[in-house]
Design a protein around this ligand. Structure first.
Ligand code: ATP
Ligand code: LTN
Length: 337
């Protein structure tokens, strides 16, 4: 099958902090698994991270780090297109056009907006935070993506993207592919180690909240040993809030080892929470060790990452500009002569 006959995938991660094992288990792991079957575009969504305050030097460094972590996680730049969102101006132009078709009510309803806005002073909530899903819709629709591999928290943004695409297609004629969310069966929502009732998130500052992909083995083990559990002793999967900590550790273990619920419960039968934490720590370290070795190699190879990103930007611009030209034409913008 040629690259063009393959269906397309697009996804992205914000360079808003250190990537966590939640980002790996919920998103990156699926990207790696799908890169042969689909024509994949993976971007570092730097413009999205501007929706909350960022230090410029930190943002610049994190943007390159995230791109390198895509490759270190197993994304092959010869198979998938890796690029930085802001290197493709079509994203912002389509986002503007789509925002003009978006009822404000759709945006105010977004739970991510409500959660992130609630953490800010009311007067300082930026308009970009409200419009965040429109930029995400532009990211996806420009590439005519059929599938978008993301964690569970992005479900609502995908619904919004489909609604917007449908509205556009209805008003101006069939233009956009309607994308489907691709959400993993295991690990779609890894919870915070310090608070298993809240999603693990790279922008949460508290110590011990998340294991980062670049944590040393000693730090990763320590964070897992300190993970919040409960006062019971049963090591079983379960939905109840009291077992959320244990369930989260078992889910991380399962995502890494690929074993079934029954096998994992049998393995831990009769053991204590200390054993559980230790074994999950070892599983996490077995994931991080080869990933970090690839990351170090990549960073030592001067110029390689820049080459990948330049090539990615070129390819992404070609595809995105084609869709944008079609959009400009059908909404009535005069083509530049
Ligand atoms: P931030 O805290 O800056 O919002 P984040 O850690 O939530 O960051 P994003 O950049 O928003 O990460 O998300 C990147 C990808 O990782 C998305 O597909 C998202 O669904 C997935 N993801 C993020 N956190 C988790 C998690 N705890 N469990 C599973 N998937 C996750
Ligand atoms: N909103 C996403 C990040 C993101 C994204 C995308 C994911 C921006 N654009 C396009 C998939 C496709 C998040 O994870 N918070």
């Amino acid at each position: 099958m040629t690259a063009n006959a393959k269906k397309r995938v697009l996804s992205g991660i914000q360079p808003s902090g250190n990537l966590t094992i939640g980002n790996y288990i919920g998103a990156l792991r699926q990207w790696v698994a799908e890169q042969d079957a689909y024509d994949c575009f993976f971007c570092v969504v730097d413009l999205h991270s501007l929706t909350l305050p960022q230090d410029p030097a930190h943002l610049r460094a994190k943007t390159r780090e995230v791109a390198a972590l895509y490759i270190a996680s197993g994304i092959d730049p010869d198979k998938a297109t890796i690029f930085i969102q802001s290197h493709v101006p079509a994203h912002t132009e389509l986002a503007w056009i789509l925002s003009c078709l978006t009822p404000l009510g759709w945006l105010y309803r977004m739970t991510q907006f409500k959660d992130k806005a609630a953490k800010q002073q009311q007067e300082s909530v930026g308009a970009g935070l409200l419009n965040y899903p429109t930029l995400m819709a532009a990211d996806i629709l420009l590439y005519q993506a059929h599938a978008v591999p993301v964690g569970d928290d992005q479900r609502q943004h995908l619904e919004y993207t489909r609604d917007l695409a449908q509205r556009f297609n209805h008003l101006y004629g069939e233009t956009f592919v309607l994308p489907d969310a691709m959400i993993p069966k295991t690990g779609a929502r890894i919870m915070g180690l310090d608070n298993p009732l809240a999603k693990m998130s790279k922008s949460e500052a508290s110590e011990g909240h998340a294991v980062y992909l670049l944590d040393t083995p000693a730090v990763a083990r320590k964070k897992l040993m300190r993970a919040v559990t409960d006062s019971g002793r049963e090591i079983i999967f379960g939905e109840s809030p009291e077992k959320a900590g244990v369930n989260n550790l078992l889910t991380i273990y399962q995502a890494i080892t690929g074993q079934s619920n029954a096998d994992i419960e049998a393995h831990f039968a009769g053991k204590g929470y200390g054993d559980l934490k230790k074994e999950v720590g070892e599983a996490v370290v077995s994931l991080l060790t080869p990933l970090q070795a690839r990351y170090q190699e990549l960073m030592a190879e001067g110029g390689y990452l820049d080459k990948v990103l330049a090539h990615g930007a070129q390819k992404a611009n070609e595809v995105a500009n084609q869709t944008l030209a079609q959009v400009r034409q059908c909404i009535g913008l005069v083509a530049p002569s």
